[in-house]
Design a binder for this molecule. Structure first.
Ligand SMILES: NC(=O)c1ncn([C@@H]2O[C@H](COP(=O)(O)O)[C@@H](O)[C@H]2O)c1NC=O
Length: 515
């Protein structure tokens, strides 16, 4: 078999003229729709209008142009089925051997900030996916191209053998069904938002590949990195890598964790992350000061860590960063001098991310976690505490400084794997107890890490204390103030201990478990 007749109908016209010119030179007859055929004709490529094939005008603003039996029988006929070929001859229909279609730009349309509902709906392509699906189903005989990246390969095969191979047609067909499925998933998602059904009876998500990864969490696991089609600019999926080796699977998870924490802060902040938990967080008057605090919070653990900042990295900060081994530095930018300093280090990865806004830390979206055989979906934890709603439950109220540190600790503990305890003092973390099976264990780790620094520090707990033991331990370590959700049947036990030691304790009424 050879390709004799192609149907071309594309919204994105890049590369189409050269592709069709080549096809035409190889003896392929080209049929095309409105805008595509006008362009081809203008560029001197011989083209037959779709209406000449269907005997029907393109009507309703292009809503109906290729939706016609003359098109779909030409695409769907089983060429070695006698009944099909008889019908084709009887009705005077011709086969179509190649379909080249890309769709109305639905994603680009809904990405526009001022898009109207009507405009979005008008950009749902019907004729295009129908042709793609007909051709893809009949890939035993028909080639189908939905991606301009495949133009060259198809041309090579047609040049060499008059047609594509069955293997190529299968691959192209599979790509088409992924494409139309993703296209429909985005429409479904858009309409679910319009109708206020974020958790519908079928969850149809679509992601596009950013890059293959060398391996997953461990070298024997295959892995790749994907993004949502309309992911925000201040997410890791939109980060630009300025320097360093390819990101790894673990790098991506850690950098994402660091980014979520740093977005909590309005003031200059730096976060160091190891294994998805913060090992040091600092805020200050400048990124330089914030980094010093994040570093001093735990100079041991930061080694080999991921550092995220919410301000542009300047030369002074870069000079500090360069002194230790870091996997990644992630920031809204780097001054030229800073880049010069840091790019001297071969092993550091530098990521530039769109300007960060604390608003995005407050914007709820749905996040998915896989389980074997399924997944669970929940809103992201975007709650932030309003200082006026804090309930002081002890005789002593926190001082202004204590309150500042409590609110800082609360922002951090939200991002620490449960059970989580964070000790803070002087706008930095001094102890982090993460992922323990009991709360006293988490507190013990945080207090041990803080050492002398626990004296006068404050403590944040991601969930309530089931009994008074954690508070007893905190008091003995010199903690002066505590922030926690409250709500335990034994709250009174903790309040009693706090009062005995003169600790000021506030309840937030909100829990921040993180698994
Ligand atoms: N309605 C139809 O019969 C139809 N046939 C093809 N299209 C789309 O029209 C676009 C190309 O239009 P034009 O060649 O007029 O620029 C392509 O994205 C193609 O997928 C159609 N449009 C939408 O449904």
């Amino acid at each position: 078999m050879s390709i004799k007749r192609a149907l071309v109908s594309v919204s994105d016209k890049q590369g189409i003229v050269d592709f069709c010119r080549e096809l035409s030179a190889l003896g392929v007859e080209i049929i095309s729709t409105g805008g595509t055929s006008t362009l081809l004709a203008k560029e001197g490529v011989p083209v037959i209008g779709i209406s000449d094939v269907t005997g029907f005008p393109e009507i309703m603003d292009g809503r109906v142009k290729t939706l016609h039996p003359a098109v779909h029988s030409g695409l769907l006929a089983v060429r070695d089925n006698e009944e099909h070929t008889r019908q084709m001859t009887e009705l005077g229909l011709d086969y179509i051997d190649l379909v080249v279609v890309n769709l109305y730009p639905f994603a680009e349309t809904i990405a526009k900030p001022d898009v109207s509902y009507e405009e979005a709906i008008e950009n749902i392509d019907i004729g295009g996916p129908t042709m793609l699906r007909s051709a893809a189903k009949n890939h035993a005989f028909v080639s189908v191209v939905v991606d301009a990246a495949d133009y060259a390969g198809v041309l090579d095969e047609v040049r060499a053998g008059g047609d594509t191979t069955l293997e190529t047609r299968k691959r192209l067909a599979a790509k088409v069904f992924r494409h139309t499925a993703a296209y429909d998933a985005l429409i479904a998602d858009y309409l679910a938002n319009v109708t206020g059904e974020p958790l519908p009876e079928r969850y149809t998500v679509t992601y596009e590949k950013i890059q293959d990864l060398r391996y997953g969490e461990n070298p024997h696991q295959k892995a790749a990195f994907y993004r949502k089609p309309l992911a925000a600019q201040d997410t890791l999926t939109a980060a630009e890598q300025l320097h360093g080796k390819e990101l790894s699977y673990n790098n991506i998870n850690d950098a994402n964790a660091a980014l979520q924490i740093v977005k909590e802060f309005e003031e200059p902040a730096v976060v160091a992350v190891k294994h998805m938990n913060p090992c040091g967080v600092g805020v200050g008057a400048s990124v330089y000061e914030a980094y010093q605090k994040a570093y001093n919070a735990d100079p041991t653990s930061i080694f080999g860590g991921i550092v995220a900042a919410n301000r542009i990295i300047d030369a002074d900060t870069a000079n500090l960063l360069k002194d230790i081994f870091l996997e990644i530095v992630l920031a809204p930018g780097f001054t030229e001098e800073a880049l010069e300093i840091l790019t001297k280090k071969k092993n550091i990865r530098l990521l530039k991310i769109g300007s960060l806004s604390t608003a995005s830390a407050r914007k709820s979206s749905f996040v998915v976690t896989s389980i074997e055989g399924g997944m669970v979906v929940q809103e992201s934890d975007v709650h932030s505490v309003n200082p006026e709603e804090l309930q002081v439950v002890t005789t002593r109220k926190p001082t202004e400084e204590e309150l500042k540190q409590l609110l800082f600790g609360w922002k951090v503990v939200k991002h620490v794997k449960s059970n989580a305890i964070v000790l803070a003092a002087n706008d930095m973390t001094v102890g982090v107890g993460a992922g323990q099976m009991n709360r006293v264990g988490a507190a013990k780790i945080a207090i041990e890490q803080a050492g002398e620094k626990s004296k006068g520090a404050v403590l944040a707990s991601d969930a309530f204390f089931p009994m008074g033991d954690t508070l007893e331990m905190a008091a003995k370590a010199g903690i002066t103030a505590v922030i926690q959700p409250g709500g335990s049947i034994k709250d009174e036990e903790s309040i009693k201990v706090a009062n005995e030691y003169g600790i000021a304790m506030v309840f937030t009424g909100v829990r921040h478990f993180k698994h």
